[in-house]
Design a protein around this ligand. Structure first.
Ligand code: PMP
Length: 428
């Protein structure tokens, strides 16, 4: 009772307003904070911070993040240990092995970035390219656009090959551009999540070797859902994100560099523009540089790494091939349901569709924003519109990792059918 009274008086004084404040139990350390607020501080504690955290449940059936399985959440809720404790290094060593399996690579230079997929994109470009060097980027959706911008910002000489969202580059087209621009790096998105495309990768690594170019591939949206073999496909740098089929919370991003990429990035004339993403430091932090001691570089996301380890463990237990098969099966079920409902899939060739993120062409006469808002309001379900160049062309429905279940496909189909019935046809 005493606590409640104090909380109420403190909160009111702090706000200097006679508004009613809910009588919530006050945690012990709050009183000293309120005392301070009443004495010396001029900015009062914000009212929102005196309320408990609220997080609604949502069906995350968009392009990511996806709902996370309880055991991954539990791993991220374990106690903190020091980022440089031997046990943490052991966990990081496990993560490295888990990524090597997921990427199908034996590369020693395999780590997880402390950051989202963009951190891996920037790390790849910043470390392998020096200002003034030529970079070639395949743009068929937003991710090529992003990498082109990242490379441009760090002073690279950027060349782009452009196709409409979901367009596929032939190996002949790629080889022609490699011969013309002689890039040090060629970028391609494997799982183009803004277009719903799984781009073929076979043979491109060989072309890049022939032209003395590093082959950089984005597998953020495809890893675990669509097969990729880093070593066999001669991919020099491969990265992914944690929050898609890998099914951990957002905030960590596996990346791997092969020997060719290491030769280029560790024989630079200039330092990479980013200290945080400098692989010379990160390779030591991850114990990859053969040095006896790991030195302090930055404080990694300890809990994020616990969750990442757990999600990689699920891949290892289930098996990659089973994960690919399962995503393909559920996606096939979803695609049939969508077509049976009269909806058109944006990527017509089944073999080129990304199993993790399906793109639906906007049904004629419907306003896609209205439909998505309706689905969120009445079904508590996230689906999204297009992104970048695919905006206004598609709606995106992702069933990945934990969410990749036929029962979820049924729920998503029912929500879409309901939206088609109830969203008045109006101009998009
Ligand atoms: N690449 C692809 C293919 C993606 O789908 C995403 C995320 N939507 C990213 C890169 C960027 O990842 P993040 O949002 O984690 O930075």
């Amino acid at each position: 009772m005493m606590q409640r009274t104090l909380f109420r008086r403190g909160a009111l004084l702090a706000q200097k307003a006679a508004v009613e404040v809910p009588l919530l139990p006050m945690s012990a350390p709050l009183q000293p904070r309120l005392d301070r607020a009443m004495s010396s501080v001029t900015i009062p504690p914000p009212e929102c911070m005196l309320r408990p955290l609220e997080v609604p449940f949502r069906y995350l059936f968009g392009p990511g993040p996806s709902n996370v399985p309880p055991r991954v959440l539990a791993a991220g809720g374990r106690g903190i240990i020091g980022h440089m404790h031997p046990e943490m290094y052991e966990i990081m060593n496990d993560i490295k092995k888990g990524i090597q399996y997921a990427f199908q690579t034996q590369n020693n230079m395999t780590i997880a970035m402390s950051g989202s997929g963009h951190a891996a994109m920037e790390c790849a470009v910043f470390n392998t390219v020096e200002p003034g060097e030529s970079v070639l980027v395949a743009v068929n959706g937003i991710w090529g656009e992003r990498v082109a911008e990242i490379a441009e910002r760090m002073g690279a000489n950027v060349h782009i090959m452009v196709k409409a969202p979901g367009g596929v580059f032939s190996n002949e087209e790629i080889e022609k551009a490699l011969a013309k621009h002689k890039p040090v790096l060629f970028f391609l998105t494997h799982g183009e999540s803004s277009a719903g495309l799984a781009h073929p990768v076979d043979g491109i690594g060989d072309l890049c070797r022939k032209h003395n170019t590093l082959f950089l591939v984005d597998a953020v949206a495809s890893l675990g859902a669509s097969p990729i073999f880093m070593d066999q496909q001669n991919i020099d740098i491969l990265y992914t994100g944690s929050q898609k089929a890998l099914n951990a919370p957002p905030g960590t991003a596996p990346i791997s560099f092969n020997e060719r990429a290491c030769q280029k990035m560790f024989n630079r004339k200039t330092k990479p523009v980013s200290y945080l993403f400098d692989m010379a430091h990160l390779s030591n932090y991850w114990g990859n540089d053969g040095q006896p001691a790991r030195l302090y570089h930055h404080t990694g996301p300890v809990l994020g790494f616990f969750s990442l380890r757990e999600s990689l463990a699920i891949f290892a237990e289930k098996g990659l091939e089973e994960s690919w098969r399962h995503h393909r099966e559920v996606a096939g079920y979803l695609w049939k349901g969508l077509e049976d409902m009269g909806l058109k899939l944006f990527i017509q060739n089944k073999d080129l569709r990304l199993p993790s993120v399906t793109t639906i062409a906007i049904p004629e006469g419907y306003n896609w924003r209205e439909m998505l808002q309706y689905i969120m309001k009445h079904h508590n379900m996230e689906m999204t519109g297009g992104l970048g160049p695919s905006t206004g062309m598609v709606m995106r429905l992702g069933l990945m990792g934990y969410n990749c279940q036929k029962t979820n496909a049924d729920m998503a189909l029912a929500a879409l059918a309901d939206a088609l019935k109830n969203c008045k046809k109006s101009k998009a």
